[in-house]
Design a protein around this ligand. Structure first.
Ligand code: DC
Length: 210
């Protein structure tokens, strides 16, 4: 079987993580949520009481990451997403994390990676590239529901403001900004439920493999 590398990019709370996990299970491939790398880097800085723009400390933290030691629950907290977005704008941090991600993508039968720059920078030769998007309002609604389910504070208006701020920062940075690769297929999930989005993503993958 030819190797299958699926690159999934998209803005915060677009549903790309859920899609990536579903696709990975379906094709029996390992999945890497690359946002966790930036979240873990930010978390290490916060633990050390360092500012998020301390480039040297951030690079050391990024270099020390191991894919097996992520404390998912803590890293997925709302504040950590915001902090990760700040750290992710540092070119030196991005450069430090490239090899780790590419090694993951090169392993075995293939892989599914989701993030912001997978199709553009990390895996420009991916077998399939999907850019998952949804309106900022829909994404904020989904994030509010998800946070409420986890028992976190979930005020819709402030979440919407967060989502927009993160879109702006992730899209405007000079290195590896959030944008679809030229050969990516865009999947707008605004009007789709999880099942519908998964079926649409599957169709994109199957078409690309023909
Ligand atoms: O996907 P996420 O919400 O877990 O990502 C957190 C932040 O990390 C996001 O706002 C931008 C950054 N990020 C990135 O710049 N590149 C990636 N491949 C993944 C995440």
């Amino acid at each position: 079987m030819t190797r299958l590398v699926i690159a999934i990019d998209g803005p915060a709370a677009s549903g790309k993580g859920t899609l990536a996990r579903r696709l990975a299970t379906h094709f029996n491939l390992p999945h890497l949520d690359t946002g966790l790398l930036y979240r873990a880097t930010a978390s290490a800085l916060l633990d050390e009481g360092r500012p998020l723009d301390d480039v040297e400390a951030a690079v050391v933290a990024a270099r020390g990451l191991s894919l097996t030691d992520f404390d998912d629950q803590r890293l997925r907290a709302r504040e950590m997403g915001e902090a990760a977005s700040v750290v992710a704008a540092l070119p030196e941090v991005r450069a430090e994390l490239i090899d780790l991600q590419r090694r993951f993508a090169r392993n075995g039968e293939g892989a599914v990676l989701d993030g912001r720059d997978i199709g553009t920078v990390i895996c420009p030769d991916a077998s399939v590239k999907i850019f998952v998007t949804a309106s900022a309002e829909k994404r904020a609604q989904r994030r509010a529901l998800e946070l409420a389910r986890r028992g976190e504070r979930a005020d819709y208006q402030s979440i919407l403001a967060d989502v927009k701020k993160r879109d702006e920062r992730d899209s405007a940075r000079s290195v590896a900004p959030l944008k679809p690769a030229g050969d990516a297929t865009t999947l707008d999930t605004s009007e789709l439920d999880i099942e519908g989005a998964f079926r649409a993503a599957l169709a994109i993958v199957e078409k690309a493999r023909q």
